[in-house]
Design a protein around this ligand. Structure first.
Ligand code: SF4
Length: 218
């Protein structure tokens, strides 16, 4: 557990899931503070340092105030705080359905089996591809967990294809291709996916279309 049984929480809010195959569903978000990565296109830099210490009980009380049983832990990088696992276990025991959005740079080994992991594989355009922990791919649960590539350009998309083929990801996992918002035209990526002949899912960040790319807490 983090310092004295507390976690550093950036924000807790109730919104519509904007990413993953659960996009469109009502969802509670628990955004943990801090991340050891610095992706070039990061859209949550405010979570690097802003936050407040909350106990597990305080977090549980906060999420129970919302009329929803789906929770996503996100960041920052949730797994950067040791207490993340205890939080997942507690939320699981409270009967929540759980999603964990993670960078793929830290081990998912201790994540409870009931949690759907949405794991990034960092493409070169992020500037953080060297941080990919490749052993994580072997720990993902086929048919349950999802693998996401945020792509900035065609080189990133081609990298995603290569990783999928090298690791036999397609057919075992939902593979999400997410164009960097404002930097790459989604329609172009749609054409690339069609031309590839591969079953990959174009993922748009729904919340940015609903509320604008800069709005926080949505
Ligand atoms: S892993 Fe996520 S939070 Fe961390 S720098 Fe990259 S995009 Fe931002």
């Amino acid at each position: 557990m983090s310092q004295n049984g507390f976690l550093a929480i950036n924000e807790i809010f109730f919104s519509i899931q904007g990413e993953s195959t659960r996009a469109g569903l009502p969802c509670i978000f628990v955004r943990l503070q801090g991340c050891p990565l610095r992706c070039s296109w990061c859209d949550t830099e405010y979570a690097f340092h802003e936050g407040k210490k909350m106990s597990l009980d305080e977090i549980i009380e906060s999420v129970k105030a919302f009329p929803c049983k789906l929770i996503e832990l996100t960041g920052g990088e949730p797994l950067a705080q040791e207490g993340c696992i205890a939080l997942l276990e507690r939320l699981e025991a409270e009967g929540f359905e759980l999603l964990l959005e993670t960078s793929g740079a830290l081990s998912v080994e201790r994540v409870p089996d009931s949690v759907k992991i949405v794991m990034d594989v960092k493409a070169p355009g992020s500037g953080e591809a060297k941080k990919n922990m490749w052993s994580n791919l072997e720990r993902l649960k086929p048919g349950i967990d999802e693998v996401k590539f945020v792509v900035k350009d065609l080189a990133d998309f081609e990298y995603a294809i290569q990783v999928c083929l090298d690791n036999k990801l397609l057919g075992r996992f939902e593979v999400l291709i997410s164009p960097v918002h404002g930097a790459l035209e989604p329609a172009l990526v749609a054409e690339w996916i069609k031309d590839s002949g591969l079953t990959m899912r174009l993922q748009l960040q729904l919340h940015k279309y609903l509320w604008g790319p800069k709005t926080r807490g949505v």
